[in-house]
Design a protein around this ligand. Sequence first.
Ligand code: SF4
Ligand code: SF4
Length: 366
Amino acid sequence: MTTEHLPFAPPRHPVPESFIRPVCTECRKPLPELPAAPETVILIVTNRCNLRCPSCSYWRTPADRMREMTFEEYVPLLEELAHDGTRRIVMTGGEPTQRKDWKDLLLACSSSMQEVLLLTNGTGLDPDAVEALAATENVRIVISWDGWDLESFDKSVGRAGMYDRILGAAERLCSTAELDGRIGINITITPQNMEHLPDIATLMATIGVDFFHFHLVYSDDPSCCFTEEACRMMPGIMKATTDRLRTIGIETLIDHVPFAFIRNERCFIPFAHSTIGPYGDVFGCIPAKGGFMDIADNALGNLRSTPFSSIWNSADYMKFRSDAASGRHRNCIACLACHAARNFSAGPCRDCQDKPHIVPSTPEFY
Ligand code: SF4
Ligand code: SF4
């Protein structure tokens, strides 16, 4: 295999941009124009993390616990979002369970939203936490899992002894009857683990994980860059992974950011999502936030001085959307490649999201 970094320039679409309409990946109906509030808000409740994943930079960047938004600041924000039509909160970090009040915050999200996704590395999911999660009805829990055996897993999180601890947490969740159907796994596809994806998926399916989300590694570290040969292998690996899951009876591959994928060359994220950093900065997308850090200069406003709705409807946000729609942001090229990776995943409209079971309509990779 060569180590050459594959240039990933999205192809130009042959149809003029004004004719390209974002559509639901399920029913193919056009998605609505800008809603009064984002469908999904990604709450990054802390930049702190107790793991050291090599492909991540959160742990390399200083995080300021004292500047994090407080529970009392989140409550009115959640009320405003719920009032304006936001349906889903993705609560994540860093590692959200590093906050002492994470369970209170999760319950506040749960009681004000239709759906909550908790994205976690699993280290904080002790029996008390699982009991608290079981008492909710609309929280889904997604654990990150990137290794295929003990050695590769501990390497993937940069800390020894994590395989048993996190596998134990996943098993605890999966064996809790009240959480049936609500446990997912997020697998970050790297050049190192891509050939093992069917085995990783099988391990997780065997312990009872309900749904799977795959995401390309987000890093320009040379160890994370895919070679051309790797890219050629990827469709076959994804098909083998999907086939393996189907033989076990698992059909659900659900993206935790519906609407993310629309077309390879067009991004709809800032029309449907908003990302709020731990210090109250509002960003148009996670890459604009700076990925694993907060680039305050990229913020479209801060909740400590401006209500969310004013930021959402501001001229700066409009400009951000227009640049996103034509892929003009600095990170769009790399990011759009990731959207392509979600081609086999869901991107349902509001009507389709209400279906109890969404099966992706395009189960192929690319
Ligand atoms: S990838 Fe997640 S678990 Fe790993 S260091 Fe980054 S924030 Fe922590
Ligand atoms: S970097 Fe570009 S393509 Fe990626 S989410 Fe942001 S606007 Fe969309």
